[in-house]
Design a protein around this ligand. Structure first.
Ligand code: GLA
Length: 695
């Protein structure tokens, strides 16, 4: 090791040790909304469908759950036909008995509203509530998510069933909260006349005049000019990007209203202590999750691997994305007990992987991990899905692993009470930017989420905690803010970022940033648009690459692939960090990354997709420039370390995602919470986990 590098490592180590071991000033323990008062701070749960079984079986199921330390069930989210077997005849007695039976086994219930599955009597009576596909075909009854989210008739029935449930369970001490619908119908819309009219009204409300819309979407192009609102189509592909972007926002607002209808029904009768959440799907992009989660108590998500095995970086990123929706802890409402039934190859996770995956969720801020599902229905579409109990009603092998997890959660839960991950680094994500890039990828290989992941991976390794938040979120407190593809960058968001930089923040922008405004119009300045002056440089031209080009400079030498932007440094204080090598002639020797001090902070622009080694070096530079300290001393590459803190508490989670045993040095004697005892180092087998604290 070179002497200078060695000194730097020592300094980082000292800083880390100080950060890791000096307890924060004691504070009042925060009551988190994700931790149910009177219950363990972290919980294992499962999706249970009592309506699918004779009541005489419930006791045995609940006994087996209790034996596995499963402390929460989510129930009822598909049971409309059981709760309202015919119009207006509600039968909730069985559900009340199920909740009470669970409570006897110290299991708390979360109730799902059943609106993803309207019953046959309802779709028979009002066939118009069934969704119409983009090709004009109306879906038939017998699947799920078959109703139209825009239908006022359907919404009225949703309101009624939610109201009946809230009246009955809004004060039930054994009901902790509510999940609305299920995965919000995957954001599927009905392409019917009513929806089209609603979209047109929505546009009118936003744009006021058709002329205004025509101007902002440049409808002079291809004779798209509209004379009245009734002419505006629902985009079904290949439409104007302005129209497509607004449709996504309309879809978001539709599901937000759909959700609001049920929130209002529940809140009217439910005690405030009962939370209301929705179960989302990580990077699913059907709607803007920052908007939709805003009225919820907290966000939850359904964390499935599908085919293959856990990609710890991507899964960590998805957790952090979900935590960023509301910038607080979250739940994993559903996860796979080994295998799913809907992927290409529904392989089983390896022994130990299910447990490691659950601990990763907690490490990233989840306070509940729920297994979908307890036992599969004897018939129905999901007979092959992973469960904890087989068709014969006795445990399958993975039950043992989940029982171990349940025991561990119960044992160490107090250490996590009132704690959350806290980060000095934020990655910015924007649905508008993501959609705008998806509409016109320009290079089919351009993957903005993949790029986000490469920034995340490099930064998370160095800093051990990264927040993923909306570009509109408050940024105070972050030393480093990185926006890998902030394509849609309207003036207000640009001002927000500039204020952050002026007051001392370090901002790094990735390729394609600052190209468009909120209407998907190209900005009348070169990229990064409203940030170009502060950067003291701009994008002269972007290029979709057919092959990799070399790039070198401050971060070493390597390759740029897929996308490259020829930058220029226009201000004398703008520094050139990297240059392209010999490439397509245009890019030869041109700047690929530049930076400039601005206000009390700095702004940098990276106009290339860097290979892994360069990305790592770029991240090291970002961390150094912004003075970010890692949460803990460095750990082997395959090991993930995370910290959750709150008040004077600080609890660490180590997980080995590699296939080799790893010895991790803890720097000083620590209290090992899972394996009991103390140690200065731990040995982690593949999928091994340890939770520790300063003694
Ligand atoms: C989704 C749904 C569940 C179930 C699982 C299967 O997440 O919410 O009802 O279908 O997938 O993996």
């Amino acid at each position: 090791m070179q002497p200078l590098r060695f000194i730097r490592e020592i300094l980082i180590l000292l800083a880390a040790l100080q950060f890791a071991f000096v307890p924060a000033t004691p504070q009042e323990q925060k009551q988190l909304r994700t931790q149910i008062s009177g219950h363990d701070a972290i919980l294992v749960g499962t999706a249970w469908y009592p309506e699918q079984w004779p009541e005489s079986r419930w006791e045995e199921d609940l006994r087996l759950m209790e034996a596995a330390n499963i402390k929460l069930v989510r129930i009822a989210e598909f049971s409309w036909s059981r709760m309202e077997p015919s119009e207006g005849h509600y039968d909730l007695d069985w559900l009340e008995r199920a909740v009470a039976a669970a409570a006897k086994h110290h299991i708390v219930s979360v109730l799902g509203t059943p609106t993803a599955t309207p019953p046959a009597w309802l779709t028979q009576k009002y066939p118009e509530i069934l969704r119409v596909e983009p090709d004009g075909r109306r879906v038939t009854h017998g699947n799920r998510a078959h109703a139209s989210a825009t239908s006022p008739i359907y919404r009225e029935y949703c309101r009624k069933i939610s109201t009946e449930m809230a009246k009955r369970f809004g004060h039930n001490v054994d009901v902790a909260g509510w999940q609305i619908d299920n995965e919000y119908g995957y954001a599927l819309m009905s392409y019917d006349d009513l929806t089209r009219k609603k979209f047109q009204d929505w546009l009118q409300n936003k744009y006021k005049t058709v002329e205004n819309l025509n101007t902002l979407w440049t409808t002079a192009y291809w004779s798209e000019t509209y004379d009245n609102w009734g002419e505006v189509p629902i985009p079904v592909g290949g439409h104007n990007p302005g129209l497509q972007l607004e449709w996504k926002r309309f879809v978001t607002d539709t599901w937000k209203d759909y959700q609001a209808n049920q929130i209002a029904a529940i809140r009217k009768y439910a005690e405030p202590r009962q939370f209301i959440t929705g179960n989302f799907m990580g990077f699913f992009d059907g709607f803007d999750h920052y908007v939709i989660t805003e009225p919820l108590t907290f966000a939850s998500w359904d964390d499935y691997v599908g085919s293959g095995h856990l990609d710890a970086d991507f899964n960590g990123l998805s957790h952090d994305l979900t935590r960023g929706f509301k910038r607080e802890n979250f739940w994993v409402m559903e996860t796979q007990p080994g295998a799913v039934n809907w992927a290409g190859v529904n392989n089983f996770l390896n022994r130990g992987e299910v447990r490691a995956m659950a601990w990763q969720a907690v490490a990233h801020g989840a306070d509940e991990v729920g297994y979908w599902q307890w036992r599969s229905a004897l018939n129905g579409q999901e007979q092959y899905h992973g469960t904890l109990v087989g068709a014969d009603g006795t445990p399958v092998p993975v039950y043992k692993e989940v029982s171990q997890l349940g025991r561990e959660f119960s044992k160490v839960q107090e250490a996590f009470r009132g704690t959350t991950p806290q980060s000095e680094v934020a990655l910015l994500y924007s649905y508008d930017s993501h959609w705008a890039i998806q509409f016109q990828k320009h290079n089919q290989k351009y993957d903005d989420i993949g790029l986000l992941k490469s920034y995340y991976r490099a930064l998370r390794k160095l800093t051990q905690s990264v927040d993923v938040i909306s570009a509109k979120s408050p940024l105070e407190g972050y030393k480093l803010v990185v926006a890998p593809s902030l394509n849609v960058l309207p003036r207000a968001v640009a001002e927000h970022l500039l204020n952050y930089v002026r007051s001392g923040g370090h901002l790094v922008l990735g390729p394609r940033s600052g190209l468009k405004d909120e209407h998907s119009e190209l900005l009348a300045q070169r990229q990064p648009g409203y940030l170009a002056d502060a950067l003291g440089g701009r994008v002269e031209q972007f290029y979709a690459l057919e092959k990799d080009f070399s790039v070198s400079g401050k971060w070493g030498s390597g390759q740029a692939s897929i996308w490259a932007e020829q930058l220029s440094a226009l201000n004398p204080d703008t520094q050139i960090l990297m240059r392209f090598g010999k490439s397509n002639g245009w890019l030869d020797d041109q700047p690929a990354a530049i930076t400039r001090s601005y206000g009390k902070g700095s702004i940098a622009y990276i106009g290339a997709i860097l290979d892994e080694k360069l990305m790592k070096a770029a991240a090291e530079w970002m961390v150094k420039e912004s003075g970010v300290a890692p949460a803990f001393i460095s750990v082997p590459d395959s090991v993930e370390v995370s910290v959750r803190s709150g008040g004077d508490k600080r609890v660490f989670v180590l997980i080995n995602f590699g296939q080799e045993t790893q010895k991790v040095n803890l720097g000083k004697k620590m209290k090992l919470l899972l394996s009991d005892g103390q140690g200065e180092s731990v040995e982690l087998p593949p999928y091994g986990v340890e939770v520790f604290q300063a003694p």
